[in-house]
Design a protein around this ligand. Structure first.
Ligand code: PLP
Length: 664
């Protein structure tokens, strides 16, 4: 067969591998694309694009390489096949953002990454799932640094360069006085399909075309248009494509308006609004992510009237009754999307045990609201673990190491100290190389030094500048040449978040201070690729939010799988996973005064860092990380490995939340 592989066949095989986003987590496929001859300037391109740019010389070279052709054949055979879907078993997952790959820049932060990981795990577990979101022409902004602060640049995405397939679906939607048409793109993510609605069509006027222009940009009116498009338009798109899902899973409340479409169907059968709400509950599942009422998506009554009077009139509903469905008791008269979702969903959940408790209090007075449970978020292991370490796990735990239970994870005892040290050293070096590429200059980072990482959105509650509370203390650590420590920071602030940007200015200013000797760096251009290199290259993963505002947090789970030890406030997932030995907890202060609270928590941070973490890392045998440190790394894997995966998470959703009639 290999001998008869024609250029056409090889190209078609490669394009099919690149055409399913499973290539982003399949080791063979990643290896395959790493071996493609690289052409100047194509490093950041989607492999589907790189394949089209190959020269005749490159093709002859590949056709003469039997190993490459064999790898292509294997990668092709590993593309997951679709799962049969019917109206008894299909779950439709709605999310405003999807972090599938840095090559498909349709995400902003944790919510989107979680959505991407959810689909990938659903594919691995063969849960029949389709998902729906918007295709944002300009995605979310790309970050650069200029004059000590973040500059936002938008890059226009061409769906044809991103392995998106056009579908025949055309969705029409009335948005106030304007009728808008959307087309629907399809991305294959393993065995699942991701459908993205796009209004950038000639038939729409200028304003209509811009409905899906950017993620989390624009005013409230722009947002309500996007959310109607995603919710109502999303359901119509699925129907046109032949799906009648058994369950609709809302990842945060942004697509909640889909309930209106389902409610309308029930009312068309003669039910009252109240009975229709009751009737749709069995099909809707809502996951809330926001522990603070101010963070929830809300719309003022005048906006609701402008966009929903049409709907109310058509179904003979009194608008005040509809508005009532979105009231969060104890709050104002705004239509609160989360309160609405809690009312129309048969099952709602928070994303960690602690966040479940917080959510039960927050929504306790929502009438008819169901009990709110929790499913702790997890991460897609094969996406996030460094490929070299994955090989070690494959050899030690088995090829499906990413779905191991506790007894299988206990076999990490067989991984030698030297092997773990080797992975850590490679990870640090690659992190440093990545940092230097992003920064455009060398720094003082050293591959043999204890490395502390911090990377996430710069929302103020995450307190990226907590480490800067006592600069004398920090400089003392940064100037220690006996037991050195270095810091790598990264993250984006939302363009409209002025306080978040102020925090970032402080962090960047500190990183630029020559007195840090280049041992504290801020890495610009945060995205999934930067994040991956950081998880694999850090020894300590730092997280210091204001408790209990971090609903779950997932970056620490990714770092843990890569062998980094968590050093975190007891919030979100860490509150339930810290066992006293698998990392470190930063105690939270009971002080109501924010300044005093921050000072007290920072004090704990410094004390643990220089009193426990640094001494343990260097030990007294002259070899770092010490054997005692590595024992802790193994304990981290044993306790967290079985729990922090998206496989565990999606398994829980399937069993406890979706409860499909026919289990796949
Ligand atoms: C995991 C991840 C996040 C979420 O990090 P948190 O610590 O949970 O806030 C955000 N952005 C990217 C790119 C990620 O990979």
């Amino acid at each position: 067969m290999q001998e008869t592989y024609s250029r056409y066949e090889l190209e078609s095989t490669l394009l099919q591998v690149a055409g399913n986003y499973s290539w982003t987590w399949d080791l063979q496929a990643r290896e395959l694309f790493n071996r493609l001859p690289s052409i100047n300037g194509d490093a950041g391109l989607h492999p589907a694009e790189r394949i089209k740019l190959l020269t005749e010389d490159a093709w002859s070279q590949l056709l003469d390489d039997p190993d490459f052709k064999e790898l292509a054949r294997q990668a092709h055979s590993r593309i997951p096949s679709p799962v049969p879907m019917n109206s008894d078993n299909t779950v439709a997952y709605f999310s405003p953002e999807f972090g599938v790959s840095e090559m498909l820049p349709q995400y902003s932060g944790g919510l989107g990454i979680l959505a991407g990981d959810h689909l990938k795990a659903a594919s691995d577990l063969r849960v029949p799932m389709v998902s729906v979101g918007l295709f944002y022409r300009d995605g979310f902004f790309v970050q650069a640094l200029e004059d000590g602060e973040q500059r936002e640049r938008y890059v226009t995405n061409n769906p044809r360069f991103l392995a998106l397939e056009a579908t025949p679906a055309r969705v029409e939607l009335q948005l106030a006085e304007r009728k808008v048409t959307a087309r629907v793109w399809r991305a294959d993510v393993g065995s699942t399909h991701l459908y993205l609605l796009d209004t950038d069509l000639e038939v729409n006027d200028e304003r209509g075309r811009r409905v899906s222009d950017r993620l989390y940009a624009g005013d409230r009116e722009h947002r309500i248009r996007q959310e109607l498009l995603m919710g109502v338009g999303g359901i119509r798109a699925l129907r046109q494509l032949g799906f009648e899902p058994a369950k609709f899973h809302l990842n945060e409340g942004h697509a909640g308006f889909l309930a209106l479409e389902l409610i309308a169907d029930e009312m068309a059968k003669g039910l009252t609004l109240e009975d229709a709400v009751r009737a749709v509950r069995g099909r809707i599942v809502f996951t809330t992510h926001t522990p603070v009422p101010a963070g929830i998506d809300r719309f003022a009554p005048d906006l609701m009237h402008k966009y929903l009077d049409v709907w109310a009139q058509r179904y003979g509903v009194d608008m005040s009754e509809l508005l009532q469905l979105g009231v969060l008791p104890g709050s104002d008269d705004h239509f609160n999307m989360a309160a609405f979702c809690v009312r129309v969903a048969g099952r709602s959940n928070g994303v960690s045990r602690l966040h479940g408790e917080v959510s039960r209090v927050m929504f306790k007075d929502v009438p008819g609201g169901p009990d709110i449970t929790s499913v702790t978020n997890g991460v897609h292991a094969r996406t996030w673990v460094h490929p070299d370490l994955q090989r070690t796990f494959e050899d030690t735990l088995g090829t499906d190491w990413h779905r191991s239970d506790a007894s299988r994870w206990s076999q990490v005892d067989q991984i030698s100290d030297d092997t773990i040290r080797h992975h850590a050293a490679v990870g640090r070096q690659q992190l440093i190389d990545m940092a230097h590429r992003q920064i455009g200059a060398e720094t003082g980072l050293n591959p043999d030094v204890l490395t502390v990482g911090f990377a996430r959105r710069f929302a103020t509650y995450k307190r990226a500048d907590l480490i800067l509370t006592d600069l004398d203390r920090l400089f003392e650590m940064l100037s220690n040449d006996q037991h050195p420590v270095q810091f790598a920071y990264a993250g984006k602030a939302h363009p409209a978040d002025e306080p978040g940007k102020e925090v970032m200015r402080r962090v960047i200013a500190f990183a630029s201070d020559p007195a840090t000797r280049g041992r504290f760096v801020f890495i610009p251009g945060y995205n999934m690729a930067v994040a991956r290199a950081m998880y694999a290259g850090c020894d300590i993963w730092l997280n210091n939010p204001i408790r209990p505002r971090e609903a779950c947090g997932t970056s620490g789970e990714k770092a843990a799988l890569n062998g980094a030890l968590n050093f975190s406030i007891l919030d979100g997932w860490w509150d339930e996973c810290f066992d006293g030995e698998n990392g470190w907890a930063i105690p939270s202060s009971a002080d109501d005064n924010p300044t005093l609270r921050d000072r007290e928590e920072a004090e704990h941070l410094y004390n643990i860092l220089d009193g426990e973490i640094i001494p343990l890392f260097y030990g007294d045998q002259g070899i770092a990380p010490s054997a005692a440190w590595l024992a802790k790394v193994r304990h981290n894997w044993k306790t967290l490995g079985p729990f922090v995966t998206a496989a565990r998470m999606v398994g829980e959703y399937s069993e406890r939340i979706y409860q499909l009639a026919t289990d796949a």
